[in-house]
Design a protein around this ligand. Structure first.
Ligand code: SAH
Length: 364
């Protein structure tokens, strides 16, 4: 890969206009480049006959088209596909495609590893390595769409892969800008969800900057237990977090999704469900219950089916929307909390199955 070259997919349209101008071309060229990059998905600049030969050469030698290289692709029996991508510094990340026609959701990574050290999450055990650039985020979408060709179009994006997206605010927010640009892939903000473990100041900033959907990883209804499971709670307590949620500017009829991981004997008792109902009182909320996905060496277990349904019933009985989320891609290590980008040696990808896994389907 060229060193010192410009990663062109890092540029929002406005930044690209500035750059184009700085190399002596007219600003409108940036829109053409966006179309080539994100609509035509060119593989090389010589495919762009509407650009002068000299500009093509400048792009060819001065910029880098791909921020990622596809190293491995694994398909699960349920259709979920996990992509392992190599970065230019040799590090690796994963993206997960969840087909549910006509909906094709791509789960994006925002960091290599993660610094938050949630006790139940495999990505956390890798530790934090570095933030992804906007180009590395955007390219996850480009590369998977390229692979898909005309078979389907990615319809939804969720920042629920490796990393804490709001801890990499600039790059994530630029990537959202690029992905939503009407001259390029033209995603609607309503089809993008950013999930956070609860970085309160950045949640407030996101609400002001870009009207994407918000998901909050809650996992416990009281501070003591939440701090034990998620150290970030020692910085931003449940009170602060819920206040930020109440203030989040939601579009009409929109709600915040609260992810609640169910851990056997830890946070899955009826009293936890009742406390959760109380906590979310007055918040425009829906709850996704995620039974724990195990991996070798994990200290937690998934609760029994009865326990999961009993928990759900307490929530729905209190008029709270609560779905049990089918976690897909379990046997290829692509389910929630299983991403560690270890490739073929990934211990979570050995194909273990677990009683009860895949039993639940998405209600509604
Ligand atoms: N850092 C962000 C984005 C990651 S989203 C966040 O925390 O929201 C991934 C989701 O999967 C989070 O809700 C996370 O808490 C959850 N998760 C982590 N480990 C899991 C596991 N082993 N089983 C099921 N869900 C898990």
């Amino acid at each position: 890969m060229k060193t010192d070259a410009i990663l062109i997919k890092n540029f929002t349209l406005q930044q690209l206009e500035d750059w184009v101008e700085s190399v002596g071309e007219r600003r409108f060229r940036a829109r053409q480049l966006y179309r080539h990059l994100y609509v035509r998905r060119i593989r090389s600049w010589d495919e762009c006959s509407d650009l002068s030969k000299s500009f093509q050469a400048q792009l060819e030698f001065g910029t880098v088209l791909d921020a990622l290289s596809l190293e491995e692709k694994r398909t699960s029996s349920d259709g979920t596909v996990k992509y392992l991508f190599g970065l230019s510094d040799g590090r690796r990340i994963e993206s997960v495609l969840i087909p549910d026609p006509p909906r094709y959701t791509l789960c994006l990574s925002s960091q290599v590893g993660c610094a938050l050290s949630c006790r139940f999450c495999l990505t956390g055990t890798v530790g934090f390595q570095r933030n992804l650039s906007a180009a590395e985020i955007v390219d996850q979408v480009c590369r998977v769409q390229q692979e898909a060709g005309n078979r389907f179009r990615i319809s939804n994006l969720v920042f629920m892969g490796m990393g804490e997206p709001l801890a990499n605010y600039e790059a994530v927010s630029n990537a959202v800008h690029i992905l939503c640009d009407p001259n390029g892939m033209a995603f609607s903000h309503r089809r993008i969800t950013v999930s956070t473990a609860g970085l309160v100041p950045q949640m407030e900033r996101l609400g002001r900057d870009s009207p994407v959907n918000l998901a909050v990883s809650l996992h416990a209804p009281e501070d003591g237990l939440r701090s034990e499971l998620m150290p970030v709670n020692r910085t931003y307590s449940l009170g602060d977090l819920l206040n930020a949620c109440r203030r989040y500017p939601l579009a009409p009829r929109k709600r915040i999704t609260f992810e609640y991981l169910l851990l056997d004997g830890v946070n899955d008792q009826p009293r936890h469900a009742k406390a959760l109902v109380k906590l979310l009182h007055g918040v425009k909320a829906k709850v996704n219950l995620i039974p724990f996905n195990s991996y070798p060496g994990s200290e937690f277990r998934r609760p029994s089916e009865e326990r999961i349904l009993a928990f759900q019933e307490i929530l729905t009985g209190a008029q709270l929307t609560a779905l049990v989320r089918q976690s897909r891609g379990f046997e290829i290590g692509a389910a929630c909390g299983q991403l560690a980008a270890l490739g073929k040696d990934d211990p979570s990808s050995r194909g273990e199955t677990e009683a009860g896994h895949g039993f639940f389907s998405l209600p509604g």
